[in-house]
Design a protein around this ligand. Structure first.
Ligand code: HEC
Ligand code: HEC
Ligand code: HEC
Ligand code: HEC
Ligand code: HEC
Ligand code: HEC
Ligand code: HEC
Ligand code: HEC
Length: 483
């Protein structure tokens, strides 16, 4: 499996080389181990949408540890070196931007892209008729058009597999799932935005959308409108129609695999009272390992070759994305999940539709997650752990959510709920029960963070339930909502 996957990415890389520019040879190498060398030379005329029209010669040099491994076996690589050229125009972007935006050029130069000669023009150049095509003064009269926006559609030209997996995952719906939900629209504009004539979008622009993403709209100058950009959210809808945001985890212009493997790359969104995944992680034994010895771990091993010899404990990426043992790396973060742990009531997953809260497949998902644990724990330990954790999900469903919902439905039928849910103690408490403490209890239990499972979880759940029972009794016996 692994061998095949690498062959595919190798193939993709050859395609990438074909897509690129010419002339300026950048030499770079990434050491893996040591020994025998294979040299492949690809010469071709460019026909890509990037429309750079000179023939290019690219040399891909791979040094392998032994003669017995196939080219597809990444574990055998000692060194991989790609020599490729850049056009005069491509060089010009770097030369000028080195002065106008040194921060960007510096990040790019020290990146893998910089090393293999994938440069500004490869990501920012677009066709003249692209919706975002603009021209620098310097290029007026030439056919060089650029776009400040770089969508996942652009990345997918060279990384089709990562983009396809992302598109199948729950991350892809992060923005689009909000659009059809009237209660969420009301929360953003009516309640948080206080129906302010000018400013009712402000709270969602600076909050919700910076995590969930936004539909990026363009002005007459073909540049993004400030109401919709900049945006760091996960599920952006770009003017070229592609959805997602690869920069959410691989910040520009380093686009680093090492950075994405650290828990901090998830923490900008997965934190706080309603999904404290970083807090759960940091307080778990795994976080203990990361925080005390993570600075000694090896973070930049090639995809699918990052294994427990490089690190002592798992990070978010290790469990949810990375290749480990016989599992391949995936950009589908829904692939290794059994439950949905953010919904009002947790159910086992079983849907292929990325818009469905149950996207995933419970039993194979759990098998994959267990395979992750098996790299460092015994079967006895892992089975025992999931036995405890799954019971916590059932306890939440059966002892808290279901009784609370029964009371809520009854009050609703008897018209004993206020119209404004955010100014009604029963509805507020019900919301905190599932959205805050209920998620903390469930996610804390399944990611081994006992403080979150207990003090911020079940302890508060029982307090919520007693409060709901009190309010329910009052409303039912008085036949009206308390003052
Ligand atoms: C002669 C100097 C020069 C050259 C050559 C140049 N740029 Fe720029 N570029 C600029 C300046 C100046 C800005 C505006 C910077 C700012 O707003 O801070 C800019 C802005 C940009 C932006 C931001 C988006 C926007 O529309 O403002 C991108 C992306 C960009 N350049 C990419 C490129 C690419 C790709 C090339 C090569 C094809 C290139 N530049 C060549 C000077 C240059
Ligand atoms: C691997 C693709 C890639 C390469 C290579 C690349 N960029 Fe970018 N660049 C991006 C992405 C993605 C964004 C974020 C755009 C967005 O929000 O849609 C971006 C944004 C920018 C911006 C606007 C960012 C800001 O903070 O104002 C500028 C300017 C820019 N790039 C210039 C450059 C220059 C100069 C180079 C070459 C040294 C370069 N880029 C190379 C992908 C790339
Ligand atoms: C023109 C082709 C091309 C485009 C477009 C491109 N990449 Fe790459 N990317 C490459 C090549 C080539 C490599 C190096 C592969 C290797 O070293 O095995 C690479 C490597 C990477 C890596 C691994 C970096 C590391 O630290 O090992 C990441 C992450 C990445 N790209 C993300 C992106 C993202 C995100 C975009 C879009 C914003 C993008 N790429 C656009 C060609 C491209
Ligand atoms: C830019 C914000 C952001 C970052 C960074 C981010 N996520 Fe998410 N994530 C979200 C949002 C928003 C959702 C909810 C998507 C939805 O259901 O609409 C989500 C959902 C998820 C889910 C549940 C998916 C499902 O099918 O229900 C998992 C698991 C997850 N993220 C893991 C990660 C991991 C691991 C990382 C880091 C490697 C990460 N996320 C980085 C915003 C982010
Ligand atoms: C700090 C980042 C962040 C902010 C701000 C944020 N969310 Fe989320 N949201 C997430 C993450 C992460 C998840 C996934 C929760 C999980 O997996 O437990 C999520 C889940 C959701 C879901 C459930 C997913 C689904 O498919 O139904 C909805 C709805 C939602 N958020 C709406 C909103 C709204 C509306 C706002 C603003 C009023 C908002 N969020 C603000 C990060 C954020
Ligand atoms: C939720 C965070 C997250 C998002 C979003 C994300 N990546 Fe990644 N990416 C990672 C992690 C983590 C790794 C390292 C996996 C490992 O350990 O090998 C990675 C690795 C990569 C690599 C190296 C090869 C591989 O597959 O391991 C490439 C290329 C890449 N990502 C491209 C992309 C592109 C293109 C997008 C947008 C479609 C994207 N990534 C979106 C987290 C993310
Ligand atoms: C030791 C492995 C491990 C680590 C480390 C880990 N997770 Fe998890 N994560 C899990 C397991 C197991 C589940 C529950 C899966 C299931 O449904 O059976 C889970 C569930 C989740 C969910 C809930 C998805 C839903 O259905 O609501 C999110 C979001 C998430 N993890 C994000 C993260 C983030 C972000 C980090 C790092 C800060 C992280 N995880 C660290 C193993 C891990
Ligand atoms: C890269 C290795 C690694 C992976 C993968 C890993 N763990 Fe751990 N885990 C450890 C280490 C090391 C400890 C700390 C042991 C100690 O406390 O001395 C630990 C501790 C724990 C603990 C705390 C209890 C204890 O025995 O210390 C739990 C629970 C746990 N892991 C569950 C899991 C689960 C479940 C998975 C898979 C979803 C997993 N781990 C994946 C290395 C790993």
């Amino acid at each position: 499996m692994k061998t095949m996957q690498w062959s595919i990415s190798l193939l993709a890389m050859l395609v990438i080389l074909v897509v690129g520019g010419a002339t300026w040879a950048t030499n770079a190498s990434q050491p893996f181990i040591a020994n025998q060398t294979i040299t492949t030379t690809v010469t071709t005329t460019l026909t890509s949408t990037m429309a750079i029209t000179s023939p290019v010669t690219n040399t891909l040099v791979i040094t392998r540890a032994s003669g017995t491994q196939s080219v597809g076996d990444l574990n055998g690589f000692k060194m991989m070196k790609v020599e490729r050229g850049m056009t005069e125009i491509g060089k010009g972007c770097v030369e000028c931007h080195k002065d106008t935006s040194p921060g960007i050029v510096n990040d790019w130069r020290s990146s893998r892209h910089g090393n293999v000669g994938v440069s500004c023009i490869d990501c920012h150049q677009v066709e003249a008729d692209a919706p975002t095509a603009t021209q620098h003064e310097t290029f007026k009269g030439t056919d060089v058009f650029i776009s400040g926006l770089v969508s996942p559609g652009t990345c997918s030209r060279c990384h089709p597999q990562e983009a396809e997996q992302f598109t199948k995952s729950g991350h892809v719906r992060a923005y689009t799932q909000l659009v059809p939900k009237p209660e969420m629209q009301a929360l953003m504009h009516k309640y948080e935005g206080q129906n302010h004539p000018e400013l009712n979008d402000t709270s969602n622009q600076t909050g919700c959308m910076q995590c969930h993403g936004e539909e990026i709209k363009l002005g007459a100058d073909k540049r993004p409108l400030p109401e919709t950009w900049p945006n760091a959210g996960m599920g952006n809808v770009y003017p070229d129609g592609s959805v997602g945001n690869c920069v959410a985890c691989h910040t520009r212009h380093r686009f680093s695999i090492a950075e994405a493997r650290k828990p901090n790359s998830c923490a900008s969104c997965h934190l706080g009272p309603d999904h404290p995944d970083i807090e759960i992680f940091e307080s778990s034994k795994h976080g203990h390992l990361f925080l005390t010895s993570g600075n000694e771990w090896k973070w930049d091993s090639a995809p699918d070759a990052w294994e427990p010899v490089d690190y002592r404990g798992p990070t978010c990426a290790t469990c949810h994305m990375s290749g480990i043992g016989k599992l391949n790396t995936t950009h589908d973060i829904s692939d290794r999940l059994y439950w949905n742990l953010w919904a009002e009531e947790s159910k086992p997953r079983g849907s292929n539709d990325p818009m469905s809260p149950l996207r995933g497949d419970a039993v194979p998902g759990r098998e994959k997650m267990v395979t992750v644990c098996a790299a460092c724990h015994s079967k006895l330990h892992t089975d025992g752990f999931f036995n405890q954790a799954d019971k916590a999900v059932r306890l939440y469903n059966e002892a808290y959510y279901q009784p609370a919902k029964k009371m809520r439905d009854d009050l609703k039928a008897k018209k004993l709920l206020k119209d404004n849910p955010w100014n009604d103690e029963f509805q507020q408490t019900f919301y905190f029960l599932w959205h805050h403490e209920g998620r903390r209890a469930r996610q804390g239990a399944l990611m081994a963070g006992p403080d979150w499972a207990h003090w911020h979880g079940f302890f508060e759940l029982q307090q919520d339930l007693y409060k709901l029972q009190d309010l329910y009794q009052k409303r039912i016996s008085a036949g009206k909502i308390e003052e």
